[in-house]
Design a protein around this ligand. Structure first.
Ligand code: 2IT
Length: 445
């Protein structure tokens, strides 16, 4: 495979889609050797078929705000690949949303979903709608207008959307309500549903808990534990909350959280009361973390800065793509970081990842570390199909199992001659082989 040629061609076809090209680049680099050793992949043009989505639906969304003004947004659903199961992936509502971002997320989702061991293909959707500062009624009208287009292409065996940045339980509720009305059936389309109407226990916590279980596996591989370790976390949403909760439970000390306004350094670490306060902060709908330092005076707020300048043992970016760059990585390494776990999707830039690899630091990519979220979504789909609910302990045990098997797959395909586990390589190869072999079995379609 000539990675450079493939990327040049893709760039010419999709100019300016930098996040998408970045995600493709990372995967192609990791799988190059395996691809070349197995000529059946090249013969079936697996790469050329895998890098282009099966289809993209783009649509206009018109809705009315509380003042009676008509608002117009753009919506998309990228159905990327369904070789191993129905299309599956979240819906991102954020002003930055464009095709490049959704295509990178959809592409990553193919391999992530394959890693979970569950039968789910890859998809992603979203809109440039900004939920911040909107009233519940506005959110409802937007979600309903969004569904007036999306409902036609989704279904429990076709495409199962879920939450992502900007889409939480409230939005899923409004979208599901409209879907049900239009489709005239009550089936398990959407995951992250409310607990009393088909949702799974542990789904809200699953991404953060799963990433922490994965980190624990990385630690035990090095005969290490969370006990007494300092951890920097970015973001203050659902994922950051889950990480803070589980890391604290396992004896680690989370010393930072962050928002678009800056970061909080809490030398004492987050405790139950502070973790609970994150929920209040979240529901204030302002997208700022500075009030934390007013409520807990032992904490300090650093305006306009990122938490990666704090010296810690473990760094866990939990906010958004490319939030940790080469300069941030240099600071972390200089300050003696021992593990970096990307919990956000593509949270680290290629420069940052290269530096971690060069320093032989255990680094987990998002598609492995954050797969617990979609993993429990898969378990929600199973429960819906069986029309029953599993108890919390059962879902959590299955989540544990999923994260250990992803860690094992990363070790199997990513261990290098000196014993260092290259988790990026391991995750990409394991995910790729599963999807590529399914595509081979199913013929040229
Ligand atoms: O990035 C992700 O894996 C998600 N936003 C969750 C997707 C899902 O279908 O649960």
């Amino acid at each position: 495979m000539n990675v450079k040629n493939i990327l040049t061609n893709l760039e010419a076809k999709h100019p300016g889609e930098k996040e998408y090209l970045q995600a493709v680049h990372e995967v192609l680099e990791s799988i190059q050797t395996i691809y070349d050793e197995n000529p059946q992949y090249e013969a079936a043009k697996i790469i050329e078929r895998l890098v282009e989505p099966d289809r993209i639906l783009t649509f206009r969304i018109s809705w009315m705000d509380d003042e009676g003004n008509v608002q117009v947004n753009l919506g998309h659903r990228i159905q990327f690949n369904n070789a191993i199961g129905p299309y599956k992936g979240g819906i991102r509502l954020h002003p930055s949303v464009n095709l490049s971002i959704l295509k990178f997320l959809g592409f990553e989702q193919i391999f992530k979903n394959a890693l979970t061991t569950l039968p789910m293909g890859g998809a992603k959707g979203g809109s440039d709608f900004n939920p911040k500062g909107k009233s519940d009624a506005e959110i409802m009208r937007f979600c309903q207008a969004f569904m007036l287009e999306l409902w036609r292409v989704i279904g429990p065996s076709q495409d199962v959307p879920a939450g992502d940045i900007g889409t939480g339980a409230r939005e899923i509720g409004f979208m599901y309500g409209m879907y049900k009305k239009l489709q005239f059936e009550n089936t398990g389309v959407f995951t992250g549903k409310g607990l009393n109407w088909g949702g799974s226990l542990i789904r809200p916590e699953a991404t953060g808990f799963g990433a922490t279980y994965f980190t624990n596996e990385m630690l035990s591989t090095n005969k290490d534990t969370f006990k007494g370790k300092t951890v920097s976390v970015s973001g203050f949403g659902n994922v950051a909350w889950g990480v803070a909760q589980k890391v604290t439970e396992l004896g680690g000390k989370v010393v930072t959280i962050s928002g678009p306004d800056g970061y909080i350094y809490d030398v004492k670490g987050l405790d139950a009361k502070k973790i609970n306060y994150l929920l209040t902060l979240r529901s204030s709908n302002n997208d700022i973390v500075s009030p934390y330092a007013e409520v807990f005076p032992e904490a300090k707020f650093f305006a306009g800065k990122k938490p990666w300048e704090v010296a810690v043992d473990i760094a866990m970016p939990c906010a958004t793509q490319n939030e940790l760059n080469g300069e941030d990585a240099k600071l972390l390494v200089k300050n003696g970081v021992k593990y970096v776990i990307e919990v956000s999707n593509m949270g680290c830039t290629p420069e940052a990842i290269n530096l971690f690899h060069k320093n032989r630091l255990p680094f987990a990519p998002g598609k492995a570390a954050n797969a617990g979220g979609v993993g429990v979504s898969g378990l929600e789909m199973s429960q819906n199909a069986m029309k029953l609910n599993w108890p919390k302990e059962e879902v959590d045990a299955k989540l544990h199992q999923i994260m250990s098997s992803i860690h094992a797959a990363c070790s199997k395909y990513g261990t290098e001659s000196d014993g260092y586990i290259n988790y990026v390589k391991g995750a990409n190869i394991a995910g790729f082989i599963k999807v590529a072999d399914a595509m081979l079995d199913q013929g040229v379609i």
